[in-house]
Design a protein around this ligand. Sequence first.
Ligand code: PLP
Length: 406
Amino acid sequence: MTGNSNFRNLKETYLFSEIAKRVEAFKGANPQADIIRLGIGDVTRALPETVIRALHAAVDEMGDATTFKGYGPEQGYSFLREAIAAHDFASRGCDIAADEIFVSDGAKSDTANFTDLFGKGNRIGVPDPVYPVYFDSNVMTGHFGVPTASGFENLHLMPCFPENDFKPAIPTEKLDILYLCSPNNPTGVAMTYDQLKSWVDYALANKALILFDAAYVAFIREDGVPHSIYEIPGARGCAVEFRSYSKTAGFTGLRCAYTVVPKELDVSDGSGGTLNLRKMWLRRQTTKYNGVPYIVQKGAAALYTTDGQAECKERIDGYLKNAGAIREAFAKRGYRVWGGVNAPYVWLGVPEGQTSWEFFDTLLNRLHLVGTPGSGFGSRGEGYFRLTGFGSPERTAEAVERLSRL
Ligand code: PLP
């Protein structure tokens, strides 16, 4: 066979292996050091009690021939899709039907797999810095086209920097596909209603598709920040939305997420006809995927009970409290900080003259704290640093205490 040579165009991802290497080397030289990890991109609290009860009950159902479930519907069980439509969308005035919701094993796989639906020659807008999956999945499929001196012929990087509050500016040229993530990983910033409306208006005017990643929606605490892109009029005609129970409900190890593809999303077939994205995604999923386990979907449905909602909120409030404390500690010391209000991520500008990796070494060597260099999220991330509120309250408080020595 011949291999997919697009893989040659992927950049090596040194980020997490390099962090591990530096931490190991430091530990080797300083075995007594009490290292606190503030770079964790995973939840640390156990699953909500209501979810655990639902999982146990579903396991028992699987052990009884009268309630046992084999292959389920590829799109997800209707008990979960109906709950999603009612609680996540109708409650916020969004008109999303259960058959526009596709339950899956993750927003990572869905955002990456959605590239199966792209035709050739689309100009693709990707923010910089960014959640790397949007970028790499397009490199693997070859959708960015031929590599050029500055990137790829069909890749349009949308720079994010302090002057635009780390939110990309509306493009001045015509793009066909746009990735947006709000609240954002890695910067922690969230788009306001008016900002998101400008993107929807741009997409409608340019017949572009927005791929909206709302994996951190449950962290939104401020008014004026939309929880779904479908709160914006017209979004049904130009946007797909990705959601995940990973960070919102502690499902990173259990795996459950969903994607919304409205029925009216017709796109050009490149030769005068149209293709319906919902039908294509349904076909793609039924061909390549057999659905999330029944047990896991029962666990996810339990999140929509009153107790499930309260238990999730309590956990997220805790993560946000940690993020807020980290943000405050750096702000007090004169650092430029973003995020940590509607997201578990705090993004900070490293001191003048240092690179992201030099700042990593400073925090590790002086305070025994580990974070994530912003340069790992794209070239515009150089000079910035990501910290997270996913640690325990005690360890985060200890880290904040150490920051007073910075
Ligand atoms: N989207 C963003 C922006 C993320 O940060 C992450 C996880 O870190 C994901 C998607 C992946 O979510 P999942 O665990 O559902 O695959």
